[in-house]
Ligand binder design. Structure first.
Ligand SMILES: C[S@@+](CC[C@H](N)C(=O)[O-])C[C@H]1O[C@@H](n2cnc3c(N)ncnc32)[C@H](O)[C@@H]1O
Length: 280
């Protein structure tokens, strides 16, 4: 039975993980968020906006967006772990990092934020926790304010058109089922958003290139997903989903072989979701 307090399936938060998240950020920024920090093209933040980033990891989204916004915009950047936060010496005065869980935000944050953003928590939140997280977002967003999510869809796992893909798909199916993670955020999260009261809910699923023969972005995709597979390995081994480390490494090498044999492609595994809290 997964630990309900922390189901996060990436067990190590070290220099490798910091570099992995930062390069993955730019890859997703380009292909899934179309180079936009704010997913909803209609939205422009006021100069006194207050922004929440949850599950921030290295905080790259806030740190980069802060460079483009006036210093009168305030950012609250939270994560349950401080391990990947940047050094305080490079954090601007209007960006505030804190160790806080999305499952329990400060009571004084009610109706505080113009925009709340969260990316890639599908490896961390159980179905029950998503419900709580979405209610917390609703509470802390101002009437008329916005939420945006960018998420990985476990059930759409496709890294190659070759034989290795199915082997990995079944390994990770067992991982997300054992942790009670949400298999398809693109269908389940909009329902939750609607239930708590959000309106104007949009879901945009987009593909990203992975493999040789798809230009530099395909090569980048290979590096990004190789790193994902490396990061997920400790959890797979811990749960005994594969019989040995060698078995995992063998699948890892066979997916690399698929990519080099031209069996990569443009795969749709990630989506952007955004919505608004109605004006009362
Ligand atoms: C896959 S990383 C994504 C980091 C960042 N959003 C990005 O896109 O690079 C997931 C992050 O969520 C954090 N996390 C897990 N459970 C959380 C929770 N309940 N509240 C806040 N952060 C959480 C983890 O510590 C980790 O830094």
């Amino acid at each position: 039975m997964a630990d309900e307090q922390n189901a996060y399936v990436i067990l190590e938060q070290n220099d490798f993980e910091r570099a992995r998240l930062n390069s993955q950020f730019w890859y997703c920024h380009k292909h899934i968020n179309l180079d936009r920090f704010i997913h909803d093209e209609r939205l422009s933040l006021p100069s006194d906006a207050v922004v929440l980033e949850s599950g921030a990891g290295t905080g790259i989204w806030s740190m980069e967006l802060a460079k483009l916004m006036p210093s009168s915009v305030t950012f609250n950047v939270i994560d349950i772990s401080t391990k990947l936060f940047p050094s305080t010496s490079i954090v601007p005065a209007n960006v505030h990092f804190s160790q806080t869980s999305i499952l329990s935000l400060p009571t004084e944050w009610s109706s505080r934020f113009d925009l709340a953003s969260q990316k890639l928590l599908s490896p961390a939140l159980t179905r029950h926790q998503w419900r709580l997280a979405v209610s917390e977002f609703y509470r802390v967003i101002k009437p008329g304010g916005h939420i945006q999510l960018m998420e990985f869809i476990w059930s759409e796992w496709t890294l190659s058109k070759g034989p290795a893909n199915d082997r990995f798909k079944s390994v990770f199916r067992e991982l997300y089922q054992k942790h009670d993670l949400v298999a398809n955020v693109a269908t389940e999260l909009p329902e939750l958003l609607k239930e708590v009261g959000f309106s104007d809910i949009m879901v945009e699923s987009r593909s990203a290139p992975v493999g040789v023969g798809l230009g530099p972005e395909g090569e980048k995709g290979m590096r990004v997903f190789k790193n994902v597979l490396t990061s997920l390995k400790p959890a797979v081994l811990k749960l005994g989903i594969v019989s040995s480390e060698k078995q995992y490494d063998d699948i890892f090498h066979s997916i690399d072989e698929d990519w080099r044999n031209g069996l990569g492609g443009e795969f749709t595994m990630l989506c952007a979701i955004y919505a608004q809290k109605p004006v009362e």
